[in-house]
Design a protein around this ligand. Structure first.
Ligand code: 4NP
Length: 160
């Protein structure tokens, strides 16, 4: 299963989602069942590693963020099975690209927090302009949603 996490800059939220997801599937010995990546709807940070503050917060939880920023491409909507958007703006942008492609867009596109179990917030807030606790909050939301996502993907896989 190919899973792509999308935010705006691809240096805070989606690289964190990618790292958390990779960490959890490794713990569960599911690594060989998934291909995981992240991308941004914007291109300002292309080539950059995750924001230092996001990396530091993740490292404190034993999570490595391997991502280098890249911009979302139309081809991603054909090659990934699942695209998880961090907020409504990201979802809107991904959906517009899907409309552009029409039936050639095959990815299932959803909000990341639609898989959350412990909160009913729909958006992962952008931590870029805030303080350290914003990065911790993003990781709390993503740990919960990634666990839910793995559970939901495995369950949908067995139904097929
Ligand atoms: P992200 O956060 O979308 O979670 O990667 C942002 C990082 C940078 C910018 C916006 C959002 N920016 O405008 O540079």
């Amino acid at each position: 299963m190919k899973v792509l996490f999308v935010c705006l800059g691809n240096i805070c939220r989606s690289p964190a989602a990618e790292g958390v997801f990779l960490h959890l599937i490794e713990q569960r010995q599911l690594t060989d069942q998934f291909l995981v990546d992240s991308a941004g709807t914007g291109g300002w940070h292309v080539g950059n590693p995750a924001d230092r503050r996001m990396q530091a917060a993740a490292r404190r939880r034993g999570i490595h963020l391997p991502s280098r920023a890249r911009q979302l491409e139309l081809g991603d909507l054909k090659s990934f099975d699942h695209i998880l958007a961090m907020d409504q703006d990201n979802l809107h942008n991904v959906s517009s690209m899907a409309n552009e492609l029409g039936p050639r867009s095959t990815a299932k596109i959803r909000l990341m927090l639609s898989h959350a179990r412990r909160s009913d917030t729909l958006e992962v807030p952008d931590p870029y302009y805030g303080g350290d606790q914003g990065f911790e909050h993003v990781l709390d939301l993503l740990e919960d949603a990634c666990e839910g996502l793995i559970e939901d993907l495995l369950a949908s896989g067995t139904k097929r």
